[in-house]
Design a protein around this ligand. Structure first.
Ligand SMILES: Cc1cc2nc3c(=O)[nH]c(=O)nc-3n(C[C@H](O)[C@H](O)[C@H](O)COP(=O)(O)O)c2cc1C
Length: 455
């Protein structure tokens, strides 16, 4: 049976030892004060430099309203003390929902979204004081080739992609330019609602292979949304322009963007044309700078595709295959990509991804990265499911509790694949262990020993 490196560190020195053995560069600082730093976003303040990534629970109602577990999740996140709460993937049209329980922002659901946000903000005030307000972003999405609004796959594709489209027939129709134009307006309508709900910002999601992310890599598409850089970024930039024109002040625009798909060219974005295992950040850097010129001030960088190469975007100990690299190498690659983007656009607030696998040592890497100008905010995903109070503990106790930490076991993702409601099976077991067990029933056992991901 093949073995792979897993987290086995008892001290920061042991982490440093492996970093040096592997010959990778990861910034580290033991002075965590910098994580308390507030960040100005126009006339708003992010109260510290720790954030929670968008983390979908797949637990809304069939109409796309938040449900019991959605409310619970955001209340826990809000009480956890992270200065930035990035609300999960939220569909802008019914047909673009990734699952029948994905939340969906539309006029009928507006009041429910308001209740979700208001309850979270009230919980934060209750714990941190009258004037405390985390900065809130809602992630607007169309799931593209991963759309499954009624539970059955109903892909909406912008390009043919032999790596990602194995089950999609070769003559499957592409979304037309007219439909894309119409969809741009749907994002604007969703942004208007998000502003009325009271979110500080909307994220025009462009990561992980969903529609907008796929368009960035639509090298082979014909027409005005494919081919050249200008065409492939048109959808995203049109939405930004239309929101700016249509809404004006009072709502910030953010983008969660893949900077490196790790899918071969001409089907992946941010990849070296001859070797997709190497990032080529020329285009992502160009795009981030255009976004800055258009007034976008917050970008969350991610990498990889959760359906194709999950180890790239979320290093793990246990997953669907044995990753072809040490998780520290994956973390180092992701952080280096983020560093290059931050340094190319120093005034952009860049939120970094890649901390959950590092467990209780993440704060030192977060502090090191901010100290050395690699990024501005450290974002946590799976860790927030496992240990929503991580930020409060870092800020008030100067440490995370290793016993409460995410163990990077991928069970939260497995629940999603099994069509359940996602959360931490290990540290929030009372709720999520039964859901996990139920979802696994009748499914083939996961072969965790496949050696590499499909290339
Ligand atoms: C269960 C689950 C749900 C997720 N939901 C979203 C989402 O709604 N939007 C998004 O951009 N990324 C989503 N992600 C990706 C995470 O935000 C994050 O990028 C990833 O887990 C890596 O960060 P981490 O190492 O801190 O976990 C999700 C990941 C998991 C495991």
């Amino acid at each position: 049976m093949a073995e792979h490196a897993k987290f086995r560190y008892r001290s920061l020195d042991e982490v440093k030892e492996d970093i040096s053995k592997l010959g990778v560069i990861i910034p580290i600082s033991q002075d965590l004060e910098i994580l308390k730093k507030t960040i100005s976003m126009g006339d708003k303040i992010i109260p510290n430099s720790l954030g929670i990534h968008p983390m979908e629970g797949c637990d809304g109602t069939v109409e796309g309203k938040p449900d019991e577990l959605t409310y619970r999740r955001y209340e826990r996140f809000a009480r956890g003390g992270a200065g930035l709460l990035w609300f999960e993937a939220t569909a802008v049209v019914e047909e673009g929902r990734a699952n029948p329980r994905q939340i969906y922002i539309c006029p009928e659901n507006k009041e429910d979204f308001k209740k979700l946000l208001d309850q979270a903000l009230a919980a934060a005030r209750e714990d941190f004081g009258h004037d405390y307000r985390p900065y809130t972003v809602v992630q607007l999405t169309h799931s593209g080739r991963y759309s499954r609004p009624t539970g059955k796959p109903a892909p909406i594709i912008a390009t043919r992609n032999p790596y990602l489209g194995r089950d999609i027939p070769e003559d499957y129709p592409l979304i037309t330019d007219q439909e894309l134009e119409r969809l741009e307006d749907k994002f604007v309508e969703a942004a208007v609602l998000a502003k009325e709900v009271g979110f500080d910002a909307v994220d025009i999601k462009a990561c992980h292979g969903y529609l907008n992310s796929e368009l960035l890599s639509a090298f082979t598409r014909e027409g005005k949304y494919g081919g050249s850089f200008e065409n492939r970024t048109r959808f995203l930039l049109n939405i930004v322009d239309k929101i700016k024109d249509g809404i004006g002040e009072g709502l910030d625009i953010a983008v969660r963007m893949n900077a490196y798909d790790a899918v071969p060219y001409p089907y992946g974005w941010g990849v070296d044309k001859d070797d997709f295992l190497k990032p080529d950040l020329t285009e992502p850097i160009k795009l981030v700078n255009i976004l800055y010129d258009k007034g976008v001030r917050l970008v969350n960088i991610s990498t990889g595709n959760p359906y194709y190469n999950p180890h790239v975007g979320r290093p793990y100990d246990l997953g669907y295959y044995i990753p072809p690299e040490h998780p520290l190498e994956g973390t180092a690659r992701m952080l280096d990509i983020i560093r290059q983007i931050q340094q190319s656009c120093p005034d952009m607030v860049i939120m970094a991804t890649g901390f959950s696998w590092l467990r209780e040592f993440a704060p030192f890497i977060a502090a090191g990265g901010i100290q050395e100008g690699w990024f501005t905010i450290a974002g946590f995903g799976r860790q927030a499911f496992a240990y929503p109070d991580f930020a409060k503990d870092i800020i008030t106790k100067g440490a995370m509790d290793s016993r409460k930490s995410c163990i990077a076991c991928s069970k939260c993702s497995e629940i999603m694949r099994d069509r359940g409601k996602a959360g931490c099976v290990i540290k929030d077991a009372k709720i999520y262990a039964p859901i996990y067990i139920e979802g696994r029933k009748g499914k083939p056992e996961i072969n965790r020993n496949r050696v590499a991901y499909h290339v």
